[in-house]
Design a protein around this ligand. Structure first.
Ligand code: NI
Length: 188
């Protein structure tokens, strides 16, 4: 069972530092996205190089993926016996999904809520549940632990993609916030 301890206010199962680290990464992403979106205006949210996603599309993708792909896979692996997990064509999904009217505040609030729902499940997994299997259509056999590693890496990939789309970085945002008077000409 879960040894309930708290790290930075986050409920953790203390049996494995690696799992805690994965959950910490998942817990951090909504705040990262909040920092990265805070100063963006609509024009900047929707700017995109040809063939690339805009910042708004990336944020919408993280929101959609959380409940409809990642948590769905998790729940199926917890309740079904070695389920077959369909692949998900995120390019096709993004192309056919009209998120241009979604306000960044709504997308961000949705993402935060959905991520918290995922963490509520993940924080209470037993060691046995972390090892439950599933079969991904393309990636093959995986455990819940493999899924969560992929989940955290997926966050990081899209955070970097978001930084490329806006030409800004989390480090730069935090630096500007720490030194509000020192806005340089290179920023916008
Ligand atoms: Ni993705």
């Amino acid at each position: 069972m879960c040894d309930e301890t708290r790290t930075n206010g986050l409920l953790m199962c203390g049996y494995n530092g690696r799992m805690d680290e994965l959950l910490r990464r998942l817990d951090t992403t909504p705040r990262t996205m909040a920092h990265l979106t805070a100063e963006l205006r609509d024009q900047e949210l929707d700017a995109a190089e040809a063939g690339e996603w805009s910042a708004r599309q990336i944020l919408a993708h993280l929101r959609d993926d959380e409940s409809m792909v990642m948590r769905m896979r998790l729940v199926r692996m917890l309740v079904e016996d070695d389920p077959l997990l369909p692949d998900f064509d995120e390019q096709a999904w993004a192309t056919n999904r009209n998120t241009s009217h979604d306000k960044k505040e709504s997308l961000l609030a949705d993402f935060m809520l959905q991520r918290q729902a995922s963490l509520n499940l993940l924080q209470r997994l037993t060691p046995e549940q972390w090892e439950r299997p599933g079969r991904h259509e393309v990636r093959g056999s995986m455990t819940v632990r493999d899924l969560v590693e992929r989940w955290a890496d997926h966050d990081d990939e899209h955070v970097r993609q978001f930084e490329r789309a806006t030409g800004d970085t989390l480090a730069a945002v935090l630096e500007r916030r720490a030194h509000p008077g020192a806005e340089s000409e290179e920023k916008r």
